[in-house]
Design a binder for this molecule. Structure first.
Ligand SMILES: Cc1cc2nc3c(=O)[nH]c(=O)nc-3n(C[C@H](O)[C@H](O)[C@H](O)COP(=O)(O)O)c2cc1C
Length: 461
């Protein structure tokens, strides 16, 4: 499947404390103690808006995810943060991650509806199922639900959330002072959902929002993840090291969307790139070396050991990965990222130390060091060869990496006619060229589709 030739490039800024590189906080220019300061994030969002980005995005997990010995952690909850950013920006889209495994549909639907109102139609939701048992233990569970069950829940969660968001018809609010009738009760519908995981009466206590519901983004690349995305996602975040893998993924998810009766052009695929930018190629490379030198290998080793489900001591820094590693089928956490890391190490015959260096920038996302022209070339190549509809830009250090990208790479993309010079839309869906969802009666949406998700998974794509 190829991209439509007239489709513009999309850029999303994936923002993370003081940068994606795990050692970015140790750079001399990195500000300290910024991860809990709202003005830091407001300023980053304004920089991305100056660069006419489609959106910004915050990752999240309901657990203390990172070893705090290693890198800044304990930052702000994304939806709360976005409500502050919304009132200090005008046009840029605002995407927050929230877990379907550890939220209830009513509460989360209400929060996203509120953000969509506060931002006047700029909200987006990165739908994740949350990997790892530690989060489960924060919610009264001894272990996480299986990978399969997490995705089945996610499918039903989305059904319920959509029924809630669609519950208010466009003309439900009359606000007619003359007759004294504020709203039309017949135009507000219950969700009336009774499924395998959720029972939700509704209606939602927030009025219909400018976008009806947030832009739906999905970021899991396992079979179940891709099937969920094919049914619901309007944008997909993904990680690939090589253009050929990205093309295969792109074709795969677009074909799955078509099999679900959707227009594949309305599912935007955004792989991640960690651009390390220098005035010359050698300056960019030495920045990368400087960052990688600041990694503390003992922490990175511990993290990799856990990701690969090994025991402490089973990895040694100057050896390749052990011969025996579990299959992706045995992984209950993040399946696709596990496979990406193992195949990168095997393909390039990397030692553990080299692998740690390759993962330090973006945890498996494609890291590229070069001049602004070279970064623009890579983006153009992936975009025109059907590997991407746009990119998740993941600056290694913040704010410097985002400022450099906006000031040096964006103008090149604009000159080449690939990227907008100004916003033409006011909503997040508008930036991505996607239509506002039409009104659909909740009863038509609330059939549980979890069974469908399982069935399509067995197609074996
Ligand atoms: C760009 C990107 C951002 C992600 N952000 C999050 C996140 O914030 N929280 C999370 O739990 N998982 C996040 N993920 C991981 C996936 O959503 C998913 O949970 C994980 O890959 C496991 O799914 P899989 O087994 O289907 O691959 C992200 C993945 C990508 C590619």
């Amino acid at each position: 499947m190829t991209r439509r030739d007239d489709a513009p490039l999309h850029l999303n800024a994936f923002l993370m404390s003081v940068g994606h590189h795990e050692a970015a906080w140790r750079l001399p220019e990195s500000p300290l103690h910024r991860e809990t300061q709202v003005d830091h994030y407001i300023s980053l969002a304004q920089t991305a808006e100056r660069g006419k980005f489609d959106s910004i995005f915050f990752a999240d997990s309901p657990q203390l995810y990172t070893d705090i010995g290693r890198r800044p952690a304990g930052g702000l909850e994304p939806l709360t943060l976005l409500s502050a950013i919304a009132v200090h920006t005008e046009r840029i889209g605002l995407i927050a991650t929230a877990s379907t495994s550890y939220n209830s549909p009513y509460n989360l639907a209400r929060r996203f509806a509120s953000i969509d109102h506060i931002s006047r139609g700029r909200a987006g939701w990165n739908i994740v199922t949350t990997a790892g048992p530690n989060a489960a233990r924060n919610f009264g569970l001894e272990d996480q639900p299986s990978h399969r069950e997490r995705y089945e829940r996610a499918a039903e969660f989305l059904q319920v959330a959509q029924a809630l968001w669609q519950g208010w018809e466009p003309e439900a609010v009359l606000a007619d002072k003359a007759t004294g009738i504020w709203g039309d009760n017949s135009k507000v519908h219950p969700a009336d959902h009774h499924g395998r995981f959720y029972s939700v009466a509704g209606p939602l206590n927030v009025q219909r929002t400018p976008q009806v519901y947030p832009l739906l983004v999905q970021a899991g690349s396992s079979e179940d993840g891709k099937n969920l995305a094919a049914q619901y996602a309007e944008a997909i975040f993904t990680a690939h090291q090589r253009i050929e893998d990205a093309v295969a993924f792109y074709d795969d998810v677009k074909a799955r969307a078509a099999r679900h009766g959707r227009d594949p052009h309305q599912v935007k695929v955004l792989p991640g790139i960690v651009p390390i930018i220098g005035a010359t190629e050698s300056e960019a490379r030495s920045k990368e070396v400087q960052l990688n030198r600041l990694i503390r290998p003992e922490y990175a080793l511990q993290q990799l050991t856990q990701t690969l489900r090994l025991e402490p001591g089973e990895l040694s820094l100057d050896q390749p990965l052990p011969e025996y590693l579990p299959d992706e089928d045995e992984i209950e956490g993040s399946k696709s990222r596990y496979s990406l890391i193992v195949s990168l190490a095997r393909r390039e015959n990397l030692t553990v130390r080299e692998l740690i260096g390759r993962l330090g920038g973006g945890r498996g996302h494609f890291t590229f060091a070069g001049t602004p022209e070279q970064v623009a070339d890579v983006i153009e190549q992936w975009f025109t060869h059907g590997a991407a509809d746009g990119f998740n830009i993941m600056p290694p250090a913040l704010p410097s990496g985002l400022e450099e990208f906006v000031d040096t790479v964006v103008p090149i993309l604009q000159e080449r006619g690939l990227f907008r010079s100004d916003y033409t839309a006011t909503t997040l869906r508008g930036h991505y060229g996607l239509p506002v969802p039409p009104f659909t009666r909740p009863q038509e949406l609330s059939r549980p589709r979890a069974a469908l998700a399982i069935e399509s998974t067995r197609e074996g794509h």
